[in-house]
Design a protein around this ligand. Structure first.
Ligand SMILES: [Fe+2]
Ligand SMILES: [Fe+2]
Length: 191
C-alpha cells in the first residue's frame, strides 16, 4: 500500500509537495518512536495527509463536490480547509483505509481539534516542524515536540492563531477548541 500511495502522489501532487510529504513522514516516524506510536499507522497517515493538495485547485473543489463535502450553492471555497477532509475520502475510497484514528489524523492535520489522539498530535506536529519549516520560534517548538508533545502542540496552535489574526484570516473553530482543551486539561492536572 505504501508504494502504491507514493506512486499516486507523484502523479497527483507537485514535486515540492511530494518532497514535503516525505519529510513529514520522516519527522512523524521520529516522533512516533519517541512517543511510542505504531509506525505503520504513522507512515500511512503522514503519506496521505496532503494527498488532496492537487496541483489544480479546481480539482479539489470538483472532487469535494463529488464526495458531498461541499454545499454546491456556496462560493468561494476555502480549499486550504478542504484538503484534510477530502484526503480522508481518498484514503477510504482508493486505499480502503478503515482505521478511524488514521482517518482523523488526516482530517484534522491542519486545524487540530478537541481531545486529539496521540497519532493526531504526531501528524499535526510532524507537518508543523518538518525540517524545511522556517519561522521565528520554530526551533523551540521542534525540540519541545520530542520532550512534551502537548506543550509543543499548544505553542504551535498559539503561533498559528496569532498569525491568522495578524493576517486578518479566519480561524477554524477546531483550532480554538484544540487550544482550549489543552489549557483546560493542563489546569485539571495542576489541581
Ligand atoms: Fe496539509
Ligand atoms: Fe503538509
Amino acid at each position: 500500500m505504501i508504494e502504491k500511495i507514493k506512486k499516486d502522489l507523484l502523479i497527483n501532487i507537485s514535486k515540492d509537495r511530494y518532497l514535503h510529504t516525505l519529510r513529514v513522514v520522516d519527522t512523524c516516524k521520529k516522533l512516533a518512536i519517541n512517543h511510542n506510536m505504531d509506525l505503520e499507522k504513522t507512515t500511512i497517515s503522514a503519506l496521505l495527509h496532503d494527498s488532496a493538495k492537487f496541483i489544480k485547485k479546481e480539482r479539489v473543489v470538483d472532487l469535494a463536490k463529488e464526495f458531498g463535502l461541499l454545499d454546491k450553492s456556496k462560493k468561494p471555497y476555502n480549499t486550504e480547509l478542504l484538503h484534510g477532509p477530502l484526503a480522508v475520502k481518498i484514503a477510504i475510497s482508493k486505499y480502503d483505509v478503515v482505521d478511524k484514528d488514521i482517518l482523523n489524523a488526516i482530517k484534522y492535520h491542519t486545524t487540530g481539534r478537541r481531545n486529539m489522539s496521540l497519532l493526531e498530535k504526531i501528524i499535526f506536529m510532524g507537518d508543523y516542524i518538518e525540517p524545511h519549516r522556517n519561522f521565528e520560534g520554530i526551533q523551540i517548538i521542534r525540540n519541545l515536540a520530542f520532550e512534551d508533545l502537548d506543550k509543543s502542540l499548544l505553542l504551535a496552535l498559539d503561533t498559528n492563531i496569532k498569525f491568522l489574526i495578524e493576517s486578518k484570516k479566519t480561524i477554524s473553530i477546531d483550532s480554538i477548541d484544540a487550544r482550549n482543551y489543552l489549557i483546560e486539561e493542563n489546569l485539571k492536572k495542576r489541581r
